[in-house]
Design a protein around this ligand. Structure first.
Ligand SMILES: C[S@@+](CC[C@H](N)C(=O)[O-])C[C@H]1O[C@@H](n2cnc3c(N)ncnc32)[C@H](O)[C@@H]1O
Length: 207
């Protein structure tokens, strides 16, 4: 595998030296997108939130800041991401407000009907089957709980489609494809928004 392909493929599951380098830039690289995504959340005071495919843990940290009464669980299947997210949220973990777990979203080992809110930033491209994984999210959300997905690709932008060809197992989705998978997994009140000038999308759904 060429070095470039190997490096960009670290975004799917960060591992080893290149994965460490990739994770180093992920928190800052995705911050603007994530902050735009956060503006779509409805007014709520969740007791319990989960950030799925948490990468370096910055967005779990943002959930902790945004909802000072919430406990936040961050999940990622990469050991390296888990380590980085634990490091990023060390103070909150010590304060008992956060935990970071290694796990796969296609088989979520979290207690059922527990979370008021789940988020997924820049990660569903790599999930093995949207409907199956969204059903797992629905399983752990409380009835009425929200699930928000935020992607920098709207499924049609040329840059992301190029990466799809380079990164094995990556798939870009349109907001409509995401919406359909959410409804099939049992979600309702599904809405989406496109950024006015970038190919960014947010899809919000309710269990
Ligand atoms: C591009 S990174 C995004 C990280 C973070 N959400 C952000 O916005 O910076 C994708 C992350 O999703 C994780 N991931 C991909 N597929 C996953 C799965 N099936 N289960 C859990 N984590 C997954 C990867 O390990 C990686 O850390």
């Amino acid at each position: 595998m060429g070095l470039f392909k190997n490096y960009v493929s670290q975004t799917r599951k960060p591992e080893g030296f290149l994965g460490k380098m990739m994770l180093g830039g992920m928190n800052s690289g995705h911050a603007k997108l994530a902050d735009w995504g956060f503006t779509h959340l409805p007014a709520m005071t969740p007791e319990s939130a989960a950030d799925l495919g948490c990468g370096g843990g910055r967005n779990a940290g943002e959930l902790l800041n945004k909802y000072p009464k919430a406990h936040v669980t961050a999940v990622d299947y990469s050991e390296l991401s888990v380590r980085k997210a634990k490091d990023y949220n060390k103070a909150m973990i010590e304060a008992g407000r956060c935990e970071v777990l290694q796990g796969d979203v296609s088989d979520l080992q979290l207690p059922k009907e527990t979370f008021d809110l789940a988020t997924a930033f820049e990660t569903i491209y790599f999930w093995p089957g949207l409907e199956k994984c969204f059903s797992q999210v629905a399983k752990v959300l409380k009835p009425g709980g929200y699930f928000m997905i935020c992607n920098e690709s709207d499924g049609t932008d040329p840059t992301s489609l190029k990466f799809e060809k380079i990164i094995d197992g990556m798939r870009n989705y349109t907001a409509e494809e995401i919406e359909a998978a959410l409804r099939a997994a049992g979600f309702s009140e599904v809405t989406n928004d496109h950024h006015p000038s970038k190919p960014w999308i947010t899809v919000l759904a309710r269990k």
